[in-house]
Design a protein around this ligand. Sequence first.
Ligand code: IMP
Ligand code: MG
Length: 182
Amino acid sequence: MIKNDIEKVLISEQQLSDIIDSLAERITNDYKDSARKLVFVVILKGSIPFATELMKRVTLPLEIEVMKVSSYGAGTKSSGEIRIHTDLLRDDLPDCDLLIIEDIVDSGRTLARLTQLFEHRLVGSVKTCTMLDKPSRREVEFVPDYVGTVVPNEFVVGFGLDYDEKYRNLPFVGVLKPEIYS
Ligand code: IMP
Ligand code: MG
């Protein structure tokens, strides 16, 4: 049972549901008058559960794209370089409102780099939506447009977030028992 590896639940299933409801309402309201196509850009893999729930509750027409990105560098220390494994390739970007969907913003490097990239590609608009934000960990200046909730400086898993590729399927967000890391 993966639940047995969790020390404490930080955000319950119900709390996540409420957070996603309110984000969906804001997004629906903010994009309802746009003449461009709303495109959810889902950052694999961690954003899958969040994006799935969020898109069901946004009541506007929208399209889905995916990108797979990771941070360069050996070991645990990120060099800050973002590697794009799967890029977003479409020729109608000026007609699109991209909303990049992330699981968590930590150093800020991934989303800072991605938004910068799309600004160079003459996209209609680009905004970012993250389920969780850890502003205390920021290494570059970056403020997401939509934040589900702020979390303390702890490593969290569940609802898409992994430790060593595991725990993504937990229905809540929690903190692992310390012995799992050692
Ligand atoms: P950053 O904002 O560029 O540092 O990168 C954010 C990425 O780091 C996220 O998309 C996650 O994949 C990963 N990450 C950061 N903090 C956590 C955490 O607490 N649990 C699981 N993954 C995390
Ligand atoms: Mg991620």
